[in-house]
Write a protein that binds this ligand. Sequence first.
Ligand code: CP
Length: 309
Amino acid sequence: MKTENRDVVSIKDFSKKEIEHILTYAKKMVPYAKGEKYTDILKGKILSSLFFEPSTRTRLSFESAMHRLGGRVIGFAEPSATSQKKGESLADTIRMADAYSDIIVIRHPQEGAARLAAMFAESPIINAGDGAGRHPTQCLLDLFTILTEKKNIKGNKIVLLGDLKYGRTVHSLAYALSLFGAELTFVSPETLKMPKEVINECKEFGGEPTSTANLEKAVKDADVLYVTRIQKERFADMAEYAKVKGAYRVDLDLLENAKKDLVIMHPLPRVDEIADEVDETPHARYFQQVWNGIVMRMALLSLILGATE
Ligand code: CP
């Protein structure tokens, strides 16, 4: 299985077998992520963490993962403090990080930025989110969460709710869930529907994703409800944002007829699309999902840098 020295730009770059290999290996990382076992397999390795867009979970979990494996982290979370401010190009910034480190994690507002970075770096590039494009490590940790909670992915009825147009997490996830044989239902405001291109990708694997505006019915049948935020920052026109703001909300009333073992996930951050009262229900798994992010990122760093437990 060739995972060593790989770029992780899109989940589509990985075969089903390769994804299964990563998911299986990730289980080994659980006791290390919990701090029950210790390792320094990445001692001497340096990760460049280049965040051109805000992040809490992805940036901190990559840092945590690298530290837990004995490696070190350099980088920035605020591009205005870098020489980009003086006009330096993305390509040159990447060349610098390449010279200073062994692996580069990049988040950038521009779709395709991670693919571009991979062209200028010898070191592996991990896409931590590129605009409305892809977020492959989120996808892997989401798959890991569903597998942990449901034991398998195939046959599960999974509802993707929210901003399906700009939501990069759901673009990667819809593809991967179809690859693994899940039954998908998309629920979104009319103007934020899943792009045709992503729907066609899902159909490549024989999946028949359906779209509906009936959230109550979709939730009633669902095994997993994956909620996303409407991303204000992706709208050029705030009047358009105002039209869809608050269009849906997951609360106790909505969950009244849900299956007992319904699992609710969210890549976070949330704004108002999941009521706080849902946190206390047995359905809520979004905080466990966050923790799984460390497990998955430890697994990826370890596999890509060729130092496995
Ligand atoms: N899920 C996710 O990508 O969160 P952050 O934007 O906080 O990294």
